[in-house]
Structure formats: C-alpha cells, structure tokens
Design a protein around this ligand. Sequence first.
Ligand code: ZN
Length: 122
Amino acid sequence: MSLKKSQLDGYRSKLQEELAKIQRKGRLEVERFADVSDTAVQNHGLAIEASEERLSRDKEEAIRAAIHRIDDGEYGICQECSEPIAKKRLTAQPEATFCTSCQEGQEKEASWEPRFQDAQAW
Ligand SMILES: [Zn+2]
C-alpha cells in the first residue's frame, strides 16, 4: 500500500506550503494588534486572537508532525489503528493523523460535553 516517493514529495511540499501560510498569517496579526492603543479593544481582540491562535498553532503542530512522519517513513498510517489512511483523505487534509473512522470516533467523544446553556435558560 505504501506511498511512492513522488507522492510523498507531493504531500511534503503541500504541507510546507501550508506551514508557510500559517506563519505568514501569524506575523501579520501581531503587527495589526501592535497598532491598537485602546486597551479594551486590544483585550477583546486578543481574546479572539488567542482562540484563533490556538487553532492555528494546533494546525501548525499537526503539519510539523506530518512532515516528521514523512521523514520517518510513517506517513499515511493511522496513529490509532495503524491502517493506511485513504489517499483521498490525505489529499484533502495532508496533515491527517487518523483514518476516517478513527477520526469520527474522536469527534464523537469530543462532543460529549454537558450542555450548560440549556440549563441556564431557566
Ligand atoms: Zn484508524
């Protein structure tokens, strides 16, 4: 099943491109907020920023890990069940760590949160 070198190279350059995009975006945002002098606006902006930044940091980490897996020859293998990840999935999301079914299992677990909002409506 293993991926050909040319395919791995393709995924690698896609991942590196994605990584460069995230890093460029991060720099732009730091410059934008450096211009804001109003503390309230700044704090509000930073709060939004923090969650966005966490997302892009997670993504950045996932991309770095994927590039690492290419180097280690483990790329395209699900980290949960060790089955090959579908090429279609890798093409859409080259940093994917899990196969489709393991990913779905994870998302189901993540949505198991108490619904405080419903309780507070009363
Ligand atoms: Zn799996």
